[in-house]
Design a protein around this ligand. Structure first.
Ligand code: AMP
Ligand code: MG
Length: 326
């Protein structure tokens, strides 16, 4: 299936088939947004609950008007600044948008991926709905191999490099006041707030229990989880368990100090404050840990300071908490 010209995949999508394709965040499982049978196949193949809505992927701004009832001024500013890119915007939907896409809600999620292949595919096939191309509950795919592990060889996959960002897009709801980040991602609250005056909050800051689940149904499901159990690594832990993979990011941890470069076991990975690299590799580490038989993955907890800086750390913490099961 690999190495076909793009037209081959466009034709498959036009005939109602699913195609997995690369984006800058993770690999997506695409179907034409105007074909209910194809959209239904996504839920069936992934084992995705039908109350978890899908993101519409577009390749130009004109496509947005077919789905969004109105486009607020601040959305235009955000699109100018962050599209193409890892920012999904939620709008009130037009009546003709398929209920299956929006899980029956009156809103629709839209983004423009920052990836040439994805954009060309959408140019050719029209807007695509595309959740991450993994079985529901598994870590999102950041390599073509991950897609094949979950779905086998029969699913058409457009092969590309490992994805550049490695975790899913920021989801920003523009339909209620204040605007709300339903899922943190590579575009941070600080970056959004820099370009619009409109107040923006993270869902967790609203401290209204259950709010996140009602407004972004997908966030209530177990996600991103390896089979190994995931836990936070405390700052004082010094005993190395042979069946545990250690992911350290601050660059300063007793486990590193006790093991000089030469004798650091391969089960201790040091990201040395490169949070972007940790994001790129997190899901692959999860999948590899399972293959290598690790029973636990211990990830260094994030300091408040790193969470306040303009980094991907808030999104990383969110995904790790989901993998821990919280
Ligand atoms: P995935 O496709 O796996 O990246 O998941 C898509 C995410 O976007 C899920 O968390 C969905 O709940 C969320 N989402 C999609 N459409 C909407 C919408 N209309 N309102 C709120 N959240 C949405
Ligand atoms: Mg997903």
């Amino acid at each position: 299936m690999a190495g076909q010209p793009l037209k081959y995949y466009i034709d498959l999508l036009e005939s109602g088939e699913l195609v997995a394709f690369p984006t800058e965040t993770v690999y997506g499982l695409g179907a034409r947004a105007d074909n209910p049978t194809a959209v239904k196949k996504i839920f069936d193949l992934k084992g995705r609950p039908t109350d978890n809505p899908l993101i519409v992927h577009v390749s130009n701004r004109a496509m947005v008007s077919a789905f969004a009832r109105n486009i607020p001024e601040s959305a235009k500013v955000l699109m100018d600044k962050f599209w193409p890119g890892p920012l999904t915007l939620i709008f009130k939907k037009k009546d003709q948008v398929l209920d299956l896409i929006t899980a029956g809600m009156d809103t629709v999620a839209i983004r423009m991926p920052d990836h040439d292949t994805a954009l060309s595919l959408i140019d050719g096939a029209g807007p695509l709905v595309a959740p991450s191309a993994n079985k529901s509950g598994r870590p999102s795919p950041t390599l073509p191999q991950h897609v094949r592990t979950d779905f086998g060889e029969s699913l058409p996959v457009i092969e590309d490099q490992p994805t550049r960002i490695g975790i899913e897009s920021t989801v920003l709801d523009l339909t209620e006041e204040p605007y709300c980040i339903l899922r943190p991602g590579a575009v941070t609250l600080e970056q959004i707030q820099e370009v619009i005056d409109h107040p923006v909050v993270l869902t967790r800051d609203k401290k209204r229990l259950g709010e996140e689940e009602t407004r972004s149904p997908g966030m209530k499901y177990t996600h991103y989880a390896p089979r190994a159990s995931v836990r936070w690594l405390s700052k004082t832990e010094t005993d190395i368990m042979p069946t545990c993979l250690y992911l350290i990011h601050s660059g300063h941890h007793p486990l590193l100090e006790e093991n000089t470069d030469k004798n650091t076991p391969p089960s201790i990975i040091n990201y040395n404050q490169d949070y972007d690299q940790l994001a790129r590799e997190l899901y692959d580490r999860f999948r590899q840990a399972d293959q290598q038989g690790f029973k636990q993955i211990a990830i260094e907890a994030f300091s408040e300071k790193t969470l306040e800086s303009r980094q991907i750390t808030v999104a990383l913490k969110n995904r790790i908490l989901k993998a821990i099961g919280k």
